[in-house]
Design a protein around this ligand. Structure first.
Ligand code: G6P
Ligand code: ZN
Length: 543
């Protein structure tokens, strides 16, 4: 058959954001839009001749169509082999796992993560490099540059094979191997965690609800929880991936996973609750009447790492994104290991993980993971907690309270202002930046400012510098106010305000975080002229 060279012209705005190129499905459906971007990827990654690529997505609308196009383009670029998940499915962590295990050249994940799916929803595409992690920024910038000057793309005219049948077929000279999307991943999890102990826990009558939110986590949760670990059928709900996620927003936080929260806070709740997002790299951990914040979850995992066989030897260090609370820092100090503070985005953990400087990583945005792959990993976090529950014999809330009693509580909340006018949001950030120099030493509502800056990160491994990563105002008692603009929204701008206050006093650990943080929220509103500039009285979402 023939390899076609199709003339095309550039589309504006194909610059990858925090996590790949994310746009409305309707934009991706424009003739040539996906093809241009994929051509730009293949033109940037280097020589594709004879290489292996891993391919799959979160099952959302347009996933299959995109996989078929990418397969035909990969064949035109000389790849020797593409491993594609059955049904065009691979969760983001599973793709990272397969890239590493099969020593592939790279991988392409099709997902817009937690953004809604369906014909009116979002679609996304992201390239991962040979270590299994997201392509670094210099790479994604090069892809973007390539999209600006593109004149043609190459594609085979042969149809893509049936993606529902495991096995090997060909497009041109290229082998297409349809693989079990859960196989390699399940084997890795069984190596890291004490499956026998977790099986015994379920056998003893322990109850759990896993909400897969109609996203790609369903097949993984069914296979591992109900299959390998013997949890009763029905433990996993919303376990069939749907193209529109059942009309829901597949983001595991207390607002979007409201049904799980309601169940866990009601009488007769199961022992343990968890949820993952669209592509199964995020997680939320819930106990009876208690949602664990992602920052606390990272700190607790770090403090208890050695309960899991994969981490028996201890951890080398922790990394957390800047807006994540400083609870993990306290654990790192106690363990005598470093804690790195990086910009938002999992890609910033890659170098530290590759260099062996950290074992565990986490972000306030419901992402947790380790050096086992180079993406955050929703199911991994859930399995770690199950391993901890099995090893300790204690319920979630006791584990959390004991952690606070030992380390103090970093009371934490994030306030999101969504779909704000972009120039108003930029103006607010500029106004904040303009005040930074004069803030240090100022007293406000009982707090004294110790440090105010626009976060700059110098990667300790390759010395690359990332600037303008968020405005942080740190008080002398360690309390923090952080402002940044979301890099993942698709409508206007989203202002994120992160608030944190340290409470050593056990007697104050049960006070509503919004009450504890009210003073800091008021300072933040005043400094940023939030109401005046955005017209918003209240955040859209509080988590
Ligand atoms: C994606 C990335 C995360 C990051 C998050 C931030 O999920 O994979 O690593 O923390 O985006 O999102 P935001 O909307 O705050 O830029
Ligand atoms: Zn995700």
């Amino acid at each position: 058959m023939t390899i076609l060279t199709v003339a095309t012209t550039p589309f504006a705005g194909q610059r990858p954001g925090t996590s790949g190129l994310r746009k409305k499905v309707s934009q991706f459906q424009q003739p040539g839009y996906l093809e241009n971007f994929v051509q730009a990827i293949f033109a940037t990654v280097g020589d594709c001749q004879g290489q292996t690529l891993v391919l799959g997505g979160d099952g959302r609308y347009f996933n299959r169509t995109a996989v078929q196009v990418i397969l035909r383009m990969a064949a035109a670029h000389g790849f020797a082999r593409v491993l594609v998940g059955r049904g065009a499915i691979l969760s983001t962590p599973a793709l990272s796992c397969v890239v590493r295990k099969r020593a592939a050249f790279g991988g392409i994940v099709l997902s817009a993560s937690h953004n809604p799916g369906g014909p009116q929803g979002d679609f996304g595409i992201k390239y991962n490099v040979g270590n299994g992690g997201p392509a670094p920024e210099k790479f994604t910038e090069a892809i973007y540059l390539a999209t600006l000057s593109i004149a043609a793309y190459r594609i085979s005219d042969e149809p893509a094979p049936d993606l529902d049948q495991p096995g090997v077929s060909h497009i041109e000279q290229m082998q297409v191997e349809v693989i079990d999307p859960v196989g390699d991943y399940c084997a890795l999890m069984a190596d890291l965690f004490d499956f026998a102990a977790i099986r015994a826990l379920f056998a003893s009558g322990f109850t759990m609800r896993f909400d897969a939110m109609h996203a790609v986590g369903g097949p993984y949760a069914h296979a591992i929880l109900e299959g390998m670990l013997g949890a009763p059928a029905g433990t996993v709900v919303n376990g069939t991936p749907l193209e529109d996620f059942g009309g829901h927003h597949p983001d595991p936080n207390p607002v979007n996973a409201a049904a799980l929260i309601e169940l866990m806070f009601a009488p007769g709740a199961p022992d343990f609750g968890a949820a993952c997002d669209g592509d199964c790299d995020r997680n939320m951990i819930v106990g009876r009447a208690m949602a664990v914040t992602p920052s606390d979850s990272l700190a607790i995992i770090a403090a208890n790492a050695t309960v899991a066989p994969g981490y028996r030897a201890g951890i080398a260090g922790i990394a957390r994104s800047m807006p994540t609370s400083t609870a993990p820092d306290r654990v790192a100090r106690a363990l005598g290991v470093p804690c790195f503070e990086t910009p938002t985005g999992w890609k910033y953990f890659g170098n530290l993980l590759d260099a062996g400087m950290v074992t565990l990583c986490g972000e306030e945005s419901y992402g947790t993971g380790s050096n086992h792959i180079r993406e955050k990993d929703g199911i991994w976090a859930v399995l770690f907690w199950l391993n901890l529950l099995a090893a300790s014999g204690k319920p979630v809330d006791a584990i959390v309270r004991e952690h606070w009693a030992r380390f103090g509580r970093n009371v934490y909340s994030r306030h999101d202002y969504e779909a704000v006018d972009s120039s108003a949001a930029e103006g607010l950030m500029a106004h904040l930046r303009g005040q930074l120099d004069g803030l240090t030493g100022q007293q406000q509502r009982g707090f004294t400012v110790a440090l105010a800056d626009d976060f700059v990160y110098t990667d300790p491994v390759d010395q690359s510098v990332a600037t303008k990563q968020g405005v942080r105002i740190v008080m002398t008692d360690g309390s923090r106010i952080v402002f940044r603009l979301s890099g993942t929204g698709t409508e206007g701008a989203t202002i994120r305000l992160y608030l944190e206050k340290y409470e050593a006093d056990l007697a104050r650990h049960d006070i509503d975080p919004q009450v504890v943080l009210a003073g800091l929220a008021a300072i933040a509103a005043e400094l940023s002229q939030l109401k005046e500039r955005t017209g918003r009285e209240h955040p859209t979402i509080v988590t």
